[in-house]
Each structure stands twice: as structure tokens, then as C-alpha cells.
Design a protein around this ligand. Structure first.
Ligand SMILES: [Zn+2]
Length: 85
């Protein structure tokens, strides 16, 4: 899979999972061990999603980091992501 739009959504999904883990930790306010376990793993998963986004959401042609991917074309080199190199 080389489509950066699909990759960006996977990273957003990982970040969402981190948020869900952080919110789940709030259900364990009476249990500090579980609270910190979920909170720290949630933050770690969230950061991993951001880092993964920065690493893999890149133009397949010019390798520029795309940030928030908009439209089917790279804003840097103007080529379509699905276009064969
Ligand atoms: Zn490009």
C-alpha cells in the first residue's frame, strides 16, 4: 500500500486508540495501578501515532512530509499519489 491518504487514516486510527485508552483510564480512578497503566499506554500509543504519521505519510514521488493530506495530488511536486513512479 502506497497511498498516503490511507496511511494518514491508519495513523489517525492509532491516535484515536490512544485517546480511547486515556479515557478508559478514567474508569479506574479507584485503582492507581490500572489508572496509570491505561493512561501511560494511552499516551504512548497516541505519540506513536503522531510519530508514525510523520514517518510514513510522505509523497511517494518527492518524499515530502504531507501533514494534513488534502486532495489526490502532492502540494510540493504536483503529482498524484497513485501515479506510478
Ligand atoms: Zn510530491
Amino acid at each position: 500500500m502506497s497511498n498516503p491518504v490511507a496511511k494518514a487514516w491508519i495513523c489517525v486510527g492509532i491516535m484515536m486508540l490512544g485517546v480511547v485508552l486515556m479515557m478508559t483510564s478514567m474508569a479506574f480512578l479507584g485503582n492507581k495501578v490500572l489508572l496509570y497503566l491505561f493512561l501511560i499506554s494511552g499516551i504512548a500509543v497516541f505519540i506513536a501515532g503522531i510519530v508514525l504519521h510523520f514517518v510514513i505519510v510522505r509523497c511517494p514521488h518527492c518524499n515530502s512530509y504531507l501533514g494534513r493530506v488534502q486532495g489526490p495530488r502532492c502540494p510540493y511536486c504536483g503529482r498524484e499519489y497513485n501515479e506510478k513512479a
